[in-house]
Design a binder for this molecule. Structure first.
Ligand code: G3I
Length: 308
């Protein structure tokens, strides 16, 4: 979530008028939060969290353990298993404790699997082994027992090896009593790549059947290569599918898009991937999301005028 206090007031206006939750896009990641070992920088994330709480929004924390956006001191070091466990524990304890009572839920583990369902080879799995997952969840739970803890990934929304791997991992963690509360389904989609409504509903039901919550955490629909009303309408249909699936599954407790408008999307404005365009005007996708979630369309009116 960049530019909260940047030079375009339409960003915050659109956020305030249309959303009731935020997820910091980069500001809670390792390279920002612990740029040197044991030296913590919570400033950028605090700005967002404080803004959100002052404006009546809840915060989804993103993320504690990933293979990307790691500081050089961490990736270039040579660590024993014990050392790396200690580094990870300290990081999680410090970050979750800092935001205790302000951040309701965390992506504790981000993107642990390859698309073939094998565990991704990264610093955590290579040095600590697969146990880095339950350990991280336990440490996060110790630091804030009331926070909901998630594993977040993509391509886990249709019956295939990655969804199977996520279900198997989640079932194992639940059976061992590891504090896992939910699965985040990212949903970075495109006009050519999107699960069907049936696939989405089936995936959500499978996670819910394990006693887990589900969230759509990072939705966007890349329209690169297409333009005009037909593209917007196709995009709206896909966003609407996501929202409809979430609304239909009682375990689906949150629906997030990855950025406020095309002006600030990680995909660039030309991808036109978000429900608000680069001028912060609502697209058909926004109405489709509200309809899918069964939300009043009044939010759309406010958002489309840019008035909070
Ligand atoms: O902050 C530096 C800036 O100082 C520098 O001048 C600039 C030059 O490139 O880079 C800036 O850092 C960039 C950072 O975003 C902040 O803008 C990084 O290069 C860039 O790689 C980073 O991209 C982020 C990406 O994760 C990293 O993999 C995206 O903004 C962010 O949207 C994206 O989010 C991920 C989720 O965390 C996990 N799921 C997938 C999703 C999309 O890839």
């Amino acid at each position: 979530m960049p530019d909260l206090q940047g030079d375009d007031p339409r960003y915050a206006e659109t956020l305030d008028a249309n959303f009731d939750g935020v997820t910091p896009e980069n500001e809670m990641k390792w390279d920002t939060v612990e740029p040197q070992q044991g030296v913590f920088n919570f400033g950028p994330a605090d700005t967002i969290v404080n803004y959100a709480l002052q404006h009546g929004m809840s915060v989804h924390g993103h993320n504690l353990v990933w293979n990307q956006q790691l500081p050089t001191w961490l990736t270039s070091g040579t660590w024993s298993k014990d050392q790396l466990e200690q580094i990870l524990q300290q990081h999680i304890e410090a970050e979750v404790t800092h935001f205790r009572g302000r951040v309701e839920e965390w992506d504790v583990i981000n993107e642990p699997f390859n698309n073939d369902g094998t565990l991704q080879s990264n610093i955590w799995s290579n040095v600590i082994g697969p146990d880095y997952i339950p350990l991280a969840l336990e440490w996060a739970h110790d630091a804030d027992p009331t926070a909901k803890l998630f594993i977040n990934d993509y391509n886990i929304d249709w019956a295939g090896p990655k969804e199977e791997a996520m279900l198997a991992l989640a079932a194992q963690l639940k059976s061992e009593g590891v504090p896992l509360d939910g699965i985040g389904m990212e949903e970075h989609l495109s006009l050519n790549w999107a699960p069907s409504l049936a696939q989405l509903e089936q995936a959500m039901q499978s996670y819910a059947a394990l006693g887990l919550d589900v969230e759509v955490t990072e939705a966007d629909v890349d329209t690169t290569g297409y333009s005009g009303a037909a593209a917007q309408s196709q995009q709206a249909e896909i966003f609407g599918r996501l929202a409809t699936a979430c609304r239909a599954e009682s375990a689906c407790i949150r629906f997030s898009v990855w950025g406020v408008s095309d002006a600030v999307s990680w995909l660039g404005s030309a991808a036109a991937a978000l429900p608000f365009d680069q001028n912060y005007q609502a697209k058909p996708a926004w109405a489709a999301i509200l309809a899918g979630l069964d939300e009043p369309q009044s939010a759309l009116q406010e958002g489309s005028t840019g008035e909070p």
